[in-house]
Write a protein that binds this ligand. Structure first.
Ligand code: GCU
Length: 628
């Protein structure tokens, strides 16, 4: 009797006609999107970051599956649903029931990758690899009290994850930069368990981002993996913030995992708050409560956070939350009802010193060290949601944030699945960070072509974002339009749907040379705040020349000086974020000697050295800060 794990070779015992019929049938089922396998994702509990978790980080076995021979049968039907020789992914452990089993994959004896971490920077041969890699982690588990739930939580996996627990499909997630979870209560057993994850980072036209980006396609389990034990009734979600109409009042809600009758309490000793919400067979109850004690409003100068504890039945969760308001009023940006100027910088989620995806708190602290040295008070986290260390550290350090989803360049605008994916990534980003005082702007797109299909797509996203969070501002990095004679404006129709009008401009780099900035003007007659979300120039760190020597630090520095004067002439400018804090890997940057796979627009070099432009910007922000 062949064990279920055996692979049926192409000329196996099945008669061709039956085999073909079964495969066609299965393929049809798949094509109609009938979910023929696994469970769907479960909702990620709010503040998973702060919950007691069992970490599964560390060394995982792996093997490369370039031809997907372990995922598809020989007629390209996924083994999950194949009619040919059900594959028991637990058998990958080399624990085939029958030793005569012929199988050609096993984790036993396999090499190891660190999780969290991209595979590109861990194994030289995988630097450019785009495809599938299978991971396995064995973990021990003791029985849960029956009424408890066990969630398997991923901070992010780029780009698609197929997850199996003890050979059974837990589910699938697509989207490389947001958290997801599966309820594996029914899949785990006491003793040793096998967690197998297939990660596929292949780019695709219909993906989000699409198949062309100006950043490295780091693949892998790039953020933490952990188990979260939860009682049957737990705090699923909450939002706590200041009432923009009354800065002495808290607004928000608490949502539980199920309908519940009984008290839910929200405590903050320092604020002298003890709020009891009486749930009456309800799952979600809103809150509104005046704060009688004096308290400190959160701001870059005073990043004060207050401890909150939420509890229901046996569940208890704590969080640190800064209290502030943000809104656009005319062409001003008001933080706590006072005008603020965003002294910013853009950043990818990458530590150039290590040439890899950031994974740790230390990686995040490295970026913030450079940002603080710059006298900046704001970061644009480009072009996708960064790891959760970033907004949490930004809360504690007083750095305002622009967060965005990778709706970048030429997305497949008319593809319904593409829209669903973009909306899911938006919802997951907002859900994860809607209690972070540092986050003030949600951005929906970057440099997307001005077409009707794209406008329809982005308007839907904007409507979704506003339905999820009315307390933050919406923006998108748009293209500017040239009116001639050195005058530029924004006439992109999507600007109407944003609260802050933002645009990228590369005068002096992609357009002419820096002196063109001296006679450049921007005019915008709508009463909306304006942010310049990108400008910059490439410079190889340490390469010196005169101000017209392209790729020298001097050219980059001269462009920064002239651009800063151009920005000073923009009437309703409320901030800007030069591109970019540090050099970063990009497959699109292959100039020998200068780039060699790196985008050199950083003002911090690949080796962490500050370029001339860093000091120019630092001085400008110093002066700006004094005039506050
Ligand atoms: C674009 C884009 C960035 C890119 C940059 C550049 O504006 O938004 O992702 O890296 O320009 O050309 O360096």
């Amino acid at each position: 009797m062949k064990s279920s794990s055996s692979y049926v070779s192409p000329n196996g015992p099945f008669c061709q006609s039956k085999l073909t019929f079964l495969s066609v049938l299965t393929a049809c089922l798949l094509a109609t999107n009938v979910t023929v396998w696994g469970q769907h994702e479960t909702t990620v509990p709010q503040n998973a970051y702060g919950r007691n978790k069992i970490s599964l980080n560390g060394n995982w076995q792996y093997f490369v599956d370039r031809y997907e021979a372990f995922f598809y049968d020989f007629v390209r039907v996924p083994f999950d649903s194949s009619a040919i020789g059900k594959r028991d992914f637990a058998a990958l452990d080399g624990r085939a029931k029958d030793k005569t089993d012929r199988y050609e994959y096993s984790f036993d004896g396999a090499k190891e990758l660190k999780v969290p971490g991209d595979w590109n920077s861990q194994v030289q041969e995988l630097l450019h690899y785009e495809g599938s890699i299978w991971y396995r982690k064995l973990f021990d588990h003791s029985d849960l009290p029956i009424e408890n739930k066990l969630l398997l939580y991923f901070g992010a996996v780029n780009y698609r994850a197929d997850v199996y627990v003890n050979g059974k499909k837990a589910g699938i997630h697509t989207g490389g930069f947001t958290p997801f979870a599966f309820d594996i209560s029914e899949l785990v057993k006491s003793g040793q368990n096998s967690l197998v994850v297939r990660v596929d980072n292949k780019r695709a036209k219909e993906a989000v981002p699409t198949d062309v980006t100006d950043w490295w396609n780091y693949g892998g389990i790039t953020r933490e993996v952990s188990l979260i034990k939860l009682p049957n009734v737990y705090v699923q979600d909450y939002q706590i913030q200041l009432n923009p109409e009354n800065l002495k009042e808290l607004l928000g809600y608490v949502e539980l995992s199920t309908e519940y009758t009984g008290p839910v309490t929200i405590k903050s000793e320092e604020l002298g708050l003890w709020i009891t919400l009486d749930f009456n067979n309800q799952q979600k109850v809103s809150l509104k409560k005046r704060i009688n004690k004096p308290f400190v409003l959160w701001s870059p100068e005073h990043p004060k956070r207050y401890d909150f504890e939420l509890s229901v039945s046996e569940d208890r969760i704590t969080d640190k939350i800064g209290l502030r308001t943000i809104r656009a009023e005319g062409n001003q940006l008001l933080l706590n009802e006072k005008p603020i100027f965003l002294r910013g910088i853009c950043a990818h989620e990458e530590n150039p010193l290590k040439g890899r995806r950031n994974t740790s708190k230390d990686d995040a602290l490295q970026l913030f060290k450079w940002v603080k040295d710059l006298n900046a008070n704001y970061m644009r986290l480009a072009h996708y949601p960064h790891n959760e260390h970033m907004p949490r550290l930004a809360d504690s350090l007083g750095i305002l944030l622009w967060e965005e989803i990778p709706v970048y360049w030429t997305i497949d605008w008319t593809n319904k699945e593409t829209y669903h994916n973009a909306e899911k990534q938006l919802s997951d980003m907002i859900s994860r960070d809607h209690n972070r005082s540092s986050v003030i702007i949600w951005s929906l797109a970057n440099e997307t072509p001005n077409t009707e299909d794209r406008l329809v797509f982005l308007k839907k996203l904007a409507k979704k974002a506003r339905s999820l969070d009315q307390s933050r501002l919406l923006s998108a990095a748009l293209f500017k339009q040239n009116l001639g004679d050195g005058v530029y404006t924004i006439s992109d129709p999507f600007a109407e749907y944003t609260d802050v009008v933002s645009f990228n401009q590369y005068l002096g780099w992609y357009e002419s040379t820096p002196e063109v900035l001296d006679n450049a003007y921007f005019k915008f007659d709508k009463a909306k705040p304006v942010i310049v979300s990108e400008f910059g120039a490439g410079a190889k760190q340490g390469f010196r020349g005169d101000s017209l020597t392209r790729w020298s630090e001097d050219y980059q520095n001269d462009l920064y000086k002239r651009t800063l004067k151009f920005l000073d002439r923009i009437p309703n400018l409320v901030g800007f974020s030069p591109w970019i804090l540090a050099d970063f890997r990009s497959p699109r940057r292959q100039l020998p000697i200068i780039q060699e796979g790196w985008n050199r627009k950083g003002i911090v070099g690949q080796n962490g050295t500050y370029k001339q432009a860093f000091y120019t910007l630092q001085e400008y922000y110093n002066e700006k800060n004094k005039k506050r």
